[in-house]
Design a protein around this ligand. Structure first.
Ligand SMILES: [Zn+2]
Length: 182
């Protein structure tokens, strides 16, 4: 046994493999059971398996700092749209749920000194970082729903899938609908 933090997870993985759950997954990976495409923050406190009970195979889950709709998120989704259109044109389209949360670490991007230091080490440039700060999840999730709906890369697909925006409150553990899925 190695002295790795991951050892525990290798052990849990062996237990998982024995349950047979690995066989209860979608036949086509880009068509998850509940046709849900979830975008949320990398913060360990907003783990989708815990806060919305997302089970294996139910959703495509995209996580980044803040759960923001970045060019990278849009490119991933464009690929999924393309697969839908070319490989499974008759399948149901997915619904996108964007969840931003209170007390998000991305709010530190609002600090110019941190932004400058991060840019100097080759991280996000200062403007990109400033735009990623989630200071008010109710406001930023509305911006990101709009950004997704207007993304030219998703044209053709966007009028076929629903997009909803949500805010998760770390204090209450509750999610509020900010932009109803439409
Ligand atoms: Zn966060």
């Amino acid at each position: 046994m190695t002295d790795s933090n991951f050892s525990t997870y290798l052990h849990r993985n062996q237990q998982f493999a024995e349950t047979g759950a690995k066989d209860k997954v979608p036949a086509i990976p880009f068509i998850p059971f509940n046709q849900l495409y979830l975008i949320t923050c990398i913060d360990p406190r907003v783990e989708p398996a815990a806060i919305v009970g997302a089970q294996l195979g139910e959703a495509i889950i995209s996580r980044n700092i803040g759960g923001r709709v970045t060019p990278s998120v849009i490119r991933d989704m464009a690929w999924i749209c393309h697969l839908h259109e070319t490989k499974t044109p008759d399948a149901d389209w997915f619904e996108v749920a964007i969840i931003h949360h209170t007390d998000c670490g991305s709010a530190l991007f609002a600090d110019p000194e941190l932004r400058r230091g991060n840019a100097a080490r080759g991280g996000y440039d200062e403007q990109t970082a400033a735009d990623m700060a989630v200071l008010d999840p109710h406001a930023t999730v509305q911006e990101d729903v709009k950004r997704l709906r207007q993304a030219p890369e998703l044209a053709g697909g966007i009028d076929r899938f629903k997009v909803g925006g949500y805010a998760y409150d770390l204090r209450t553990g509750l999610i509020t609908t900010v932009v109803p899925a439409a």
